[in-house]
Design a binder for this molecule. Sequence first.
Ligand SMILES: [Zn+2]
Length: 125
Amino acid sequence: MSIDFSYYRELLLEKKREVEDNLKSIKETSSSNSELGLIGELSSSDDHLAEYASIVYEHESALTVEKILKDMLKQIDAALKRIEDGTYGICEVCKKPIGEKRLKAIPYATMCVHCKSLKEKSARK
Ligand SMILES: [Zn+2]
């Protein structure tokens, strides 16, 4: 039983491009929020304060999404490295194969379904 590394490398590179595109568009959106300074000047009324708060909120959620995407990029890069090392597709906990079905859904997965669900259970405690 062998894993088709080149297939998963393509999958990962495709995913990486997708994430990078998303990151780029988030950066463009948050830089267009530079009217923040203008609102600061006008914020004498409560209406403007509310508007300001909603813009700050949007900005913060963009930062959260950016963080998630950056984490994903890291995981994708790590998975690409595992392909080079020849350890790709092996669960980092039990060292068993992760399974092609799972890898096709999440090509940067580091754990098999079993270990992942155990980990999530213990995190919930
Ligand atoms: Zn496992």
